[in-house]
Structure formats: structure tokens, C-alpha cells
Ligand binder design. Structure first.
Ligand code: ATP
Length: 309
């Protein structure tokens, strides 16, 4: 049995004897946070993702739009799956989530690391009738939606770090990865969200933020309900963005902006730019107040960090 076979067995509710597994598979499983109790590997139903529960929590409009919901035991990357599917079919309304990603991605080829059956890895294929220039800011609108979902759970101190990080109490709880599957109008997008629900991997998170998980701020949290709320939120946000543009979202950013008023450094440009975080503009670019005036940060290759700690 290889690692993926074990993921499949556990996700279908089967029990496995640890001793029957190859030692290399056992050590890989440990990396994905899967451990045996009294020599047996197993997961309870209520610990697993379930398509019927997710669908039952979707609102009417989202249900009408949804064409397909895949709940997989494992995949390399839910975003990559939808991008690949988009080569020869329409992915609008196609939603994919998995118990684990074996090659989860962040921006610029960075890794998104997450254990088995603990967190959320969600990707949504969706069309939007807006130009690619405007669509650049959608990551910020999806960030605002994600923070509203956490706010609604009464989690305090939910913040966003431009352009795609979701933080609780200054620690990273989630990331957003928006990828363009087809730029021709209506454009086809893959909206990806990774969120630490029950486990924050002990990774060396680059930059200023340690990782956190939702259950550090809430007694318990159903991944199925969270996934459903995020799907509802993505659908609603993209429809709103399509109708009204980024203007409908922009003003709410300041309420969540972790960089606002802080000393920041922008890397990805030579030389790096330092200054004070001054919020976003109408296109979703980040503004930095420098000695020589306001500078705009926009584009996928840039990285902004707090530098006054
Ligand atoms: P930027 O601030 O420029 O977006 P970033 O470091 O936040 O940079 P992302 O692509 O947003 O980059 O996210 C990937 C990074 O997030 C990884 O390089 C790693 O440092 C961190 N990371 C990976 N998995 C997790 C996780 N489960 N929870 C928190 N942070 C993670």
C-alpha cells in the first residue's frame, strides 16, 4: 500500500493496521499528521469531509450555479486540478476539495503545507465577465469574504495582509490563490483557499507571521460547514465583483488591513521600497508612503512585509 492508498482507505472510513504498512509509508504518514492509536489507523466519519453535508449548507443561488462538487481523499493540488480540467472543458460551477494536497501551492511556486483530514483545501472554478486588468483585485475581495466568514464565527482580530494572506491575531491562518484559466471574456478563474482549521503545520513560515489554526480561537469548527460557507462566499463575491467591480469592496479593506500605518518593506523590486503602509487604491494596488511620495505596489511578483517589529 502506498501513501495515496492509505489516504483513500482512511477517507472511506476503513481501519488499517500500522504494522502492515511499509516503514517508509509510516514515516510519510507522520509528516501528514496521521498517527496510529494502539497500532490502528482510522478516522471517524465526523472528522471527514462529506459532500452531502457541504451541499446541504449551500444557499439557493450557489446551489443553482454549482455543477459539480468533488470531495477527494487526496490530490496534488485542487487548483492545479481545475486548471488542467479547464484545458478542454468549462469549469464554471466546478468545485473541488480534498482531505489533503500532496503538492499544495502558494504564490510564485511556494508550497502550501497541510496535514491529512484536518484543514481546508478548496478550489472553485468560476466565470466572470470583467477584463483581466480589473480581475487583479479579486484576490482582495475574496480575502474580505474569507475574513467575514471568520468574523461570523465570532473570531476576533481577523486581518488581511495584501494581497492574499488571512491572519488571526497576527498569525497566518489561510491563503488565497487566484489563477486565470482563460483570460478571454467571460474570463475563467480558479479561486483557491487554503485554511488551517484543526492544525497549523509547524513550518518555517517565511516573513513576519507564524501560522495559526481556527480551533485556537474557537471551541470547535466543522470543516464541512466552513467549506460550504466559503463556497457560498466565493460565488456571491464573484457575482458582486462582476456586477459592481472592486469599488463595491474597496472601502472595507481598511478595516482589515494589517499593514496600515505600519513600517513596511516591499520586495520583488530593486532596490526594495520602505515606507509606511497607506492602504489600497481603486485598482487594489497597495500604497506606500515614502520619503519621495506615494509608491504603488501591484502585480504578482511583489511581497510586502512589516518591518517595524
Ligand atoms: P506573500 O506575503 O508575498 O504573499 P507568502 O510567504 O505569504 O508571501 P504565499 O504564497 O501567500 O506566500 O504562501 C505560501 C507561504 O505560506 C509558504 O512559503 C509558507 O511560508 C507559508 N505556509 C505554507 N503552508 C502554510 C500553512 N498551512 N499555514 C500558514 N502558512 C503556510
Amino acid at each position: 500500500m502506498d501513501l495515496e492508498d492509505v489516504f483513500e482507505a482512511l477517507a472511506s472510513g476503513r481501519q488499517l493496521k500500522e504494522a502492515a504498512l511499509d516503514p517508509s509509508v509510516q514515516s510519510q504518514l507522520a509528516e501528514y499528521g496521521v498517527f496510529a492509536t494502539e497500532g490502528v489507523l482510522s478516522l471517524q466519519r465526523n472528522e471527514l469531509l462529506d459532500s452531502a453535508t457541504i451541499e446541504s449548507e449551500l444557499n439557493e443561488a450557489t446551489r443553482m450555479w454549482l455543477r459539480r462538487l468533488d470531495v477527494l481523499p487526496w490530490t496534488e493540488s485542487t487548483n492545479s486540478d481545475l486548471l488542467e480540467l479547464s484545458h478542454d472543458r468549462d469549469i464554471d460551477g466546478w468545485v473541488r476539495t480534498a482531505e489533503v494536497q500532496t503538492s499544495g501551492r502558494g504564490r510564485r511556486g511556494r508550497q502550501w503545507v497541510s496535514p491529512f483530514a484536518k484543514n481546508v483545501a478548496l478550489s472553485v472554478g468560476i466565470s466572470i465577465d470583467r477584463s483581466t486588468a480589473e480581475i487583479g483585485a479579486i484576490s482582495l475581495a475574496i480575502g474580505l469574504m474569507t475574513s467575514s466568514v471568520l468574523d461570523a464565527l465570532e473570531i476576533e482580530d481577523v486581518k488581511l495582509k495584501w494581497p492574499n494572506d488571512v491572519l488571526i491575531a497576527q498569525c497566518k491562518v489561510g491563503g488565497i490563490l487566484i489563477e486565470l484559466a482563460d483570460a478571454q471574456r467571460p474570463a475563467s478563474l480558479v479561486v483557491g483557499i487554503g485554511m488551517n482549521v484543526n492544525d497549523a503545520p509547524g513550518i518555517d513560515v517565511t516573513g513576519d507571521y507564524r501560522a495559526t489554526r481556527v480551533v485556537d480561537h474557537l471551541a470547535s469548527c466543522s470543516r464541512n460547514i466552513l467549506v460550504a460557507r466559503l463556497i457560498n462566499g466565493i460565488h456571491e463575491t464573484v457575482r458582486g465583483f462582476e456586477e459592481f467591480g472592486f469599488g463595491a469592496f474597496k472601502n472595507r479593506w481598511a478595516l482589515h488591513d494589517v499593514l496600515l500605518g505600519r513600517q513596511v518593506v516591499l520586495s520583488g523590486v530593486e532596490p526594495p521600497i520602505t515606507g509606511i503602509g497607506a492602504g489600497i487604491d481603486d485598482e487594489g494596488a497597495y500604497l506606500i508612503e515614502t520619503d519621495t511620495g506615494l509608491q504603488r505596489a501591484i502585480g504578482g511578483e511583489l511581497s510586502l512585509r512589516i518591518s517595524d517589529d
